[in-house]
Design a protein around this ligand. Structure first.
Ligand code: PGA
Length: 251
């Protein structure tokens, strides 16, 4: 049985004091869940958030990373830098980074390898645009993104990689993929992993859905056969809505 994972993606929101307040308020509300609770926070919140989650079941991630270990790369942060303060997770290849910051399948692959080498747990995002969906290219686009992201990884590394399927047209728009559509795309991703790395690996990989996940749709989405949880943007900015999503499986 794959564990359910609920990861918040705060994007470029929340100051350190807000992060600490959020975590303090969230802690008692999620302390009994068996789901993995992750908050992916801006770099400037990492250190404060990591201190605030000590002795809780909340895990902290970054939202991006560079693939070099050190050097003349002004403004970048390396996997080692994230790891040395005990950051556990890192989002790689979010569609906003692909769209605004020239992230490509190749840089996603380099970042993924560098992060795994450092012992970080990556959350790799893939997803189609509305145009691609309307042209019936969803499967082709997302399986190709997955294949390129995972290129040259060992079976063990693939098992340690979380994938987030986020249809771009559903991000921040209030439009959610139907649970059947989301499950279908995630099955296609799992089949691709099976083709490349075998069934045992494909059955272990955690694959999340992202795109306008909210308390009202979390239960239906996360109850589907292949959806192992969610990457949550907007609804992760309020304790009330995020807590309800984490606790989607409580009556
Ligand atoms: P959203 O964002 O939940 O606000 O649609 C999801 C994401 O971008 O990860």
């Amino acid at each position: 049985m794959r564990k359910k994972v609920i990861a918040g993606n705060w994007k470029m929101n929340m100051l350190p004091n807000e992060a600490i307040e959020f975590i303090t308020e969230l802690t008692p509300k999620v302390k009994d869940t068996k789901n993995e609770v992750i908050l992916c926070v801006p770099y400037t919140d990492l250190f404060y958030s990591l201190l605030a989650v000590q002795e809780t079941n909340i895990h902290i991630g970054a939202q991006n990373v560079f693939y070099k270990e050190s050097g003349a790369y002004t403004g970048e942060v390396s996997p080692k830098m994230l790891k040395c303060i005990n950051t556990e997770y890192v989002i790689i290849g979010h569609s906003e980074r692909r769209q605004y910051f020239a992230e490509t399948d190749e840089t996603v692959n380099l970042k993924l390898k560098a992060s795994l080498n450092e012992g970080l747990k990556p959350i790799v995002c893939v997803g189609e645009t509305l145009e691609q969906r309307e042209a019936n290219e969803t499967e082709k686009v997302i399986t190709s993104q997955v294949e390129k992201a995972l290129a040259n990884l060992t079976d063990e590394e693939v098992k340690n990689t979380i994938i987030a399927y986020e249809p771009i047209w559903a991000i921040g728009t209030g439009k959610t993929a139907t649970s059947e559509d989301a499950n279908n795309s995630i099955k296609q991703i799992r089949n691709k992993i099976k083709e490349l790395y075998g069934e045992a690996v494909s059955e272990e990989v955690i694959i999340l859905y992202g795109g306008s996940v909210k308390p009202e749709n979390a239960k239906e989405l996360f109850s589907m056969s292949d959806i192992d949880g969610g990457l949550v943007g907007g609804a992760s900015l309020k304790v009330d809505s995020f807590e309800k999503i984490v606790n989607f499986d409580k009556e």
